[in-house]
Design a protein around this ligand. Sequence first.
Ligand code: ASP
Ligand code: MG
Length: 418
Amino acid sequence: MKVFKFGGASVKDAAGVRNVAHVLSHFPGEDLVIVVSAMGKTTNALEELLTAWVRGGKVEERIGVLERTHQEVLVEVAPGDAAAMEALRARFEQLRERCRRRPAGRSDMDYDQIVSFGEYWSTLIVGAHLNAVGVRTMLFDAGEAIRTDELFRAARVDWEVSQRQVEHRLRPLLREHPFRVVTQGFVGRTAEGLATTLGREGSDFSAAIFAYLLDAESVTIWKDVRGMFNADPNRFPDTRLLEHISYREAIELSYFGASVIHPRTLQPLQRKGIPLFIRSFSDLAAQGSTISEATDHDTLIPSYIVKPGQLLISIAPHDLSFVVEENLSGIFWLFARHGVRIDLMQNSAVAFSVVVDDSPRAHGLIEELRKVYQVRYNAGCELVTIRHFDEATLKRLTAGREVLIEQRSRVTARFVLK
Ligand code: ASP
Ligand code: MG
């Protein structure tokens, strides 16, 4: 059994949905669990709808637009499927019903109840299309399997309960062979039956969760790029495909900001040694990238990741008497409380410097730090991370730039540039 994941870009319109069937036609006789994200920019549209709803604004027009777009795609890819059309209508009715109520006032909880709809709409359409073209497909509600806690918007999986639910509810469906199950990415459910989400772009993680729980043979993420590259192909010429890298290397790369896969995806796969393939949904002949246990290829190509829009914050006491050990725990605690992730840190005798994403949260944190410390910051910085660096790559990436911080370990060089 294999797990396939199709992201929003791959199912953004009728042609995309048809292409899913085309991809599957290359895997006849395989048992597949197909994890699907919301179509195109639906999740963003739902976030906007949520904001309007919370502010007490009108949302019917927004719901109408989303409903028409989804209906149009459904009619194109599964003409005459009255049952699917009715199911889609019912899902939109549920959203309307929810929006007629007032928000519960717990903003993250409200978010998940609304934003999770996108994946239910898209899976309905993909499932209907596969059945329409003769691929016997079953829709499975991911919330029936993936149990999470109540950390809405970033819910954590309860692996034990999820495993039991998979055995009782999903595994029996897979016994009929060959079988295709279509299910939602991004969503889970609490013990009380409330929808949760796993964080933006979390469908990759969902695919890994299903693979882990089902002991799948592999996971394939079908994307609009040919695989994982050593740098962002939209930013750099001459990028190279990483054909085969280890879990560890891929985790490092996504931690440093490579955006090809959701960072939480790899841990469950690594724990069971399940390989991850990243392949192009529009170029089936291309081999793509493989992420697995083997490490012998990791060091061959320097990879570089550029994070723009960084703030370099420097924190010092007013009287220059900085005792690092005494102050750091308090400082870290404030970062955690404000939900600001530190991308790089460095300390000197009298100051502690960190690099973070420039965000409203970061500025809130700066305000709070200023109550105790002298805080300066430098906005508009770039954080460049280079794995398996060589001097030529370092020179090329830093040429003509002001280097504010430089850090090197054996395999990783990092620069804060202005
Ligand atoms: N639809 C969700 C998002 O756009 C999840 C995903 O695409 O992975 O964030
Ligand atoms: Mg998406």
